[in-house]
Ligand binder design. Sequence first.
Ligand code: KG4
Ligand code: ZN
Length: 350
Amino acid sequence: MTRGDDMGTPVKTEPLVLGIETSCDETGIGIVRGHTLLVDAVASSVEEHARYGGVVPEVASRAHLEAMMPTVDRALREAGVKLADLDAIAVTAGPGLAGALLVGVAAAKAFAYGLGKPLYGVNHLAAHVAVDQLQHGPLPKPCIAMLVSGGHSSLLLVPDVAHGVTSLGSTVDDAAGEAFDKVARVLGLPFPGGPHIDRVAREGSGSAIPFPRGKADDGTLDFSFSGLKTAVARYVEKNGGSMNIADVAASFQEAVVDVLTRKALAACRLHGVDHLLIGGGVAANSRLRALAQERCEQVGVRLRVPRPGLCTDNGAMVAALGSELVSSGVSPSELTIPADSSMPITMVTA
Ligand code: KG4
Ligand code: ZN
């Protein structure tokens, strides 16, 4: 990180970090320098899971093993970076699928050990927060982060992503993305369902069917989507052939994004924070992005949402958090760290 200039004077440069993500079905390899994204290479096994209607852990682990080295090679080549140039290796240590995480953690340890570079085992959720810095610059301190993906729906208070994150609320049953995927299945749409519902809903009306808003006014910052999912399934059962699928998709989507945005802004209000960040795969949803923008503007909250490719799982987010940790002087992880499938959000590093 510190190199000599022509006069031999040390010049401080930003850390060059390789990030490895294998917590679910994406083998993501990202390389960043400071807050600058150099490459974001992703190999997805999503098509191998499609016929099962969900991610099959063993299939995902095997796909990570096969994709790891080709994806690392591709990332290094595209970024014009040599392994020896790296300042640190960062990897998702958890939460996620145990066997899938293990592949990334083992690869990261091998790189760190072989190259003699520091290893940072990082929290997947904190990485979803840190990635926004690659697009919008340093994170405001503090900010509220809402992470909505296939595995998580969480509201977080983030005073400083390198040093700690506090959980304010989370789903008590299904994750938001899980609800999108399950409802898509009921509607006969392919897996993963989120992008398909998003697309189909554009032709429908979000106010056509008054689906329930679980926990919307219960005074907590928790979410619940299983009642909504059941209500959609009942509606489809009852109305089958005569239903307008675009209206069902749009009304379901509206119920989800209505509750998400209401709770996120309640978190901002309760904690006196005027910056909201939304991340995770569901943050790619066009209606969520539009409604969040509209409601944030109404109450003077600044909204940050990364571009869709940075919202879904990727290696750049892990590299972004790794770079933040290096710059903040956080100690690296031990080479003995485990893959922790239920790593708590209060742990930014392993
Ligand atoms: O963050 P992510 O890539 O992986 C997990 O950590 O789960 O999120 C994947 C989830 C899936 O449930 C997928 O259906 C959902 O994000 N998703 C969307 C959209 N794009 C992806 N949900 C709603 N609208 C979208 N446009
Ligand atoms: Zn994720």
